[in-house]
Structure formats: C-alpha cells, structure tokens
Design a protein around this ligand. Structure first.
Ligand code: NAD
Length: 246
C-alpha cells in the first residue's frame, strides 16, 4: 500500500515535531521542514519515513525547491501543515518595521508561499491544508500587535483557501492552539502571564504538543473528509470564556 505523505513546517521541535511523530505513528510519510538545520537533523534522526529538508518558509526560492524535493522523493503530497511560526510580544510603539516584518515573513508570508507552491500537488491528491494560527488571532491584547495580526490573517487566509480550492477537493482548516510550553511560548510567557492563563482557561492548565497534534492529524485524515474552512481552537476552553488574553 502506498503511504500518504504529509509536509510539516517548523518540524524540528515543539508542536511541529509532535505532529510529525503522530503522522508517522499513523502510517504516513512526513517531509519535515525547518530552517534550523542542526535541530532538524537531531529531530529527524532515527525517524523512519521522515524526510528532513532545511528550508526557510519565508524564502520563495527555498520553498519552491522544498516542494519540488517532496514531489520528487515522495511522489506526491496529501497534507500540508503550515506550523512554522515565531513569537513576538510587543506594544505598537515599540514594534518597528523590521520587527513587524520578521513576524509577518514567517507567520503569514510563509503560510502563503508554502500553500501556493503546494497547490498543484494537493490538487492532484485532493489533499488538505492545516494552518496553525493561535488564540492570539482570535482575541486582541495590549502586547501582540504583530503576532496577533499575523495569526488573524492566517485565519482569513484559511477561509480563502477553503473557498477557492474546495472545487479541487482540497480542504483547508485552521487550528488555534492555546498556550503550550514550547520554546516559542516560554521565551515570552512571564510567571505573571502563566498564572493568568491558568486562571483564565477553564481546564486550568497549558496544553501539550501532543494534544494539538491530535487535532491537526485528525483534520488531515479522511475522518474529517467533510470538514473545511473551520477555525478550531484547541485551548482548554479559553476562547469560550470571553476573557481577554493575559
Ligand atoms: P517552537 O518555537 O517550539 O517551534 C517552531 C519551529 O519553527 C522551530 O523549529 C523553528 O526553527 C521553526 N521556524 C521558525 N521560523 C521558520 C521559518 N521561517 N522557516 C522554517 N522554520 C521556521 O514553536 P511552537 O510553540 O511549537 O509553535 C508552532 C506553531 O504554533 C507556531 O505557528 C506558533 O505561533 C503556534 N502557536 C504556539 C503556541 C504556544 O503556546 N506554543 C500557542 C499558539 C500558537
């Protein structure tokens, strides 16, 4: 039987690595994309049916080469998970243009570029896209002008993809994780923010990488064959409360 192929960006650690491992356990092949070459090499070591590819998702030429390699080596693409992201907690007056662009380049441009380059292969397979946004794309806060705006744009980009690509059988969905103790989050979550999240989240805790991965892999699977254009918060109930972001 031919294995289905997923491409996961930001696969060297955190949610992307957990998603990669779950796909592999479920019998998929996985193209692991990350710009951190040493971390990617370490993460992929010993993972059968994993193809690590060093690529910065914000660079069009690198994206085209990576998609070409996946199509060539794996012979097709069934699911694209746009997970690579960078964090930034900064107020408007301290967010200079270079800082704004750093966030947009990976969080928004990267999702657009990867999805565009992968569309011919996804048309051929009637495959699916899962974009990773954030609860920060659903709620505003005083600190997330660049990060929150980039994630809100990813939510709308998902809806655009679902609307336009549905006629080719391509499904596009978006997962909005709540806080997860990854390197990205722990670089910006102060003890005060951590405590506030625990209070504001009905389940009173952070999520785990594996809990987010389960939702992503489900949305890519045939079990979700009639699900598209959806924005799914995996956040311990935070979004349902109406409480502002810490
Ligand atoms: P992480 O920092 O642990 O992992 C992110 C990975 O993406 C890293 O391996 C990094 O090298 C890679 N990456 C960053 N920029 C890249 C680029 N331009 N090209 C290729 N690779 C790049 O982060 P994480 O917490 O696992 O985050 C994964 C996604 O989940 C992100 O989109 C993030 O915004 C989102 N998210 C995370 C949380 C959280 O609390 N951790 C909450 C909501 C949303």
């Amino acid at each position: 039987m031919t294995l289905r192929t997923a491409l996961v960006t930001g696969a060297a650690r955190g949610i992307g690595l957990a998603t990669t491992k779950l796909f592999l356990r479920e019998g998929w092949k996985v193209a692991m994309i990350d710009r951190d070459a040493p971390a990617l090499e370490e993460a992929a070591a010993g993972l059968e049916n994993a193809l690590p590819i060093v690529c910065d998702v914000s660079k069009p030429d690198e994206v085209d080469a990576a998609i070409g390699e996946v199509a060539g080596t794996h012979g097709g693409l069934d699911a694209l998970v746009n997970n690579a992201g960078v964090a930034d907690f900064g107020p408007i007056e301290e967010t200079d243009f270079a800082r704004w662009r750093r966030v947009m380049e990976t969080n928004l441009d990267g999702v657009f570029l990867m999805s565009q380059a992968a569309t011919p292969a996804l048309k051929a397979s009637r495959g699916s896209i899962v974009n990773i946004a954030s609860i920060s794309g659903l709620r505003a806060s005083t600190l997330r002008v660049a990060y929150g705006t980039s994630k809100a744009a990813v939510i709308q980009l998902t809806r655009q993809q679902a609307a336009e690509l549905g006629e080719y059988g391509i499904r596009a969905n978006c997962v909005c994780p709540g806080p997860v103790r990854t390197k990205l989050a722990m670089a910006v979550h102060t003890p005060e923010i951590i405590a506030a999240y625990h209070d504001a989240i009905p389940l009173n805790r952070y999520g785990s990488e594996d809990e987010i991965a389960e939702v992503i892999v489900f949305l890519c699977s045939p079990k979700a064959s009639y699900v598209t254009g959806q924005i799914v918060a995996s956040d311990g109930g935070f979004e349902s409360t109406g409480v502002g972001l810490p």
